[in-house]
Write a protein that binds this ligand. Structure first.
Ligand SMILES: NC(=O)c1ccc[n+]([C@@H]2O[C@H](COP(=O)([O-])OP(=O)(O)OC[C@H]3O[C@@H](n4cnc5c(N)ncnc54)[C@H](OP(=O)(O)O)[C@@H]3O)[C@@H](O)[C@H]2O)c1
Length: 198
């Protein structure tokens, strides 16, 4: 069965955006969370235009190569401007999790689910086939964790304290134990790869 992974670029103080993110404003005042995608000499084999350091390219491409479908929370969808088409992964369709309709959603690679995280993950699994599902957005990832649906958590930790921004994890009803699988220090980022212990 395919696995569900949650990977985000995050600050040391727990944010996946800075202040005032939004459509056209990206991550708000924290664009540096994505600098490591472009600060090296090694082209990504999966994402055109990404040039990473060698250790980051190895980590990034290994993860990106596993993804058969993405699942994003509504705020990630809105803030990223994907309403006009577009998906976070070049080869994978997108499932959007929301409580409400998305007027004008026309891109054939986008599927809206309004009936909860279980249905959203099931839809993404069906689209992913034997590949994996990548859950994006702090609320969506937390909902998936709370439902026991996440197998792996990856934090691409950028050495900065942002002071404010959207948190990458919200409150959970109980502890989620993690086992550290790999730590890869790289220029401008440390890749922390955990497996959820069941
Ligand atoms: N640094 C990174 O790597 C990274 C990665 C991804 C995203 N981001 C950024 O993170 C921000 C968004 O993260 P976020 O945590 O604020 O929001 P999010 O998880 O993307 O979206 C939250 C929204 O998703 C819907 N949702 C969440 N759980 C649901 C559930 N169980 N059932 C139904 N709908 C549910 C709700 O939408 P409604 O109630 O409105 O319908 C909720 O308000 C964006 O600015 C995005 O650009 C950063």
């Amino acid at each position: 069965m395919s696995r569900v992974i949650s990977a985000h670029s995050v600050s040391v103080d727990g944010c996946l955006t800075g202040r005032d993110p939004g459509a056209g404003r990206g991550l708000g005042d924290a664009p540096m969370l994505f600098d490591w995608y472009f600060d090296g000499d090694t082209p990504s084999r999966v994402f055109d235009g990404f040039k990473l350091s060698a250790p980051s390219a190895r980590v990034f491409d290994a993860l990106a190569g596993r993804v058969g479908a993405s699942l994003a929370g509504r705020r990630t969808y809105d803030d990223s401007g994907w309403i006009d088409g577009g998906t976070p992964h070049p080869d994978a369709p997108l499932v959007v999790l929301s409580h409400r309709p998305v007027p004008g959603m026309t891109d054939g690679r986008q599927t809206l689910v309004t009936t909860g995280i279980e249905d959203a993950v099931a839809a993404a699994r069906a689209l992913a086939g034997d590949r994996d599902v990548a859950v994006m957005g702090g609320c969506a990832a937390t909902a998936a964790l709370a439902a026991g649906l996440v197998d792996e958590v990856i934090l691409h930790q950028v050495p900065i304290l942002l002071g404010a921004g959207r948190p990458f994890f919200l409150s959970l009803p109980e502890h989620v134990r993690l086992r550290l699988v790999e730590v890869v220090p790289a220029p401008g980022v440390t890749h922390l790869h955990y497996e959820v212990v069941r």
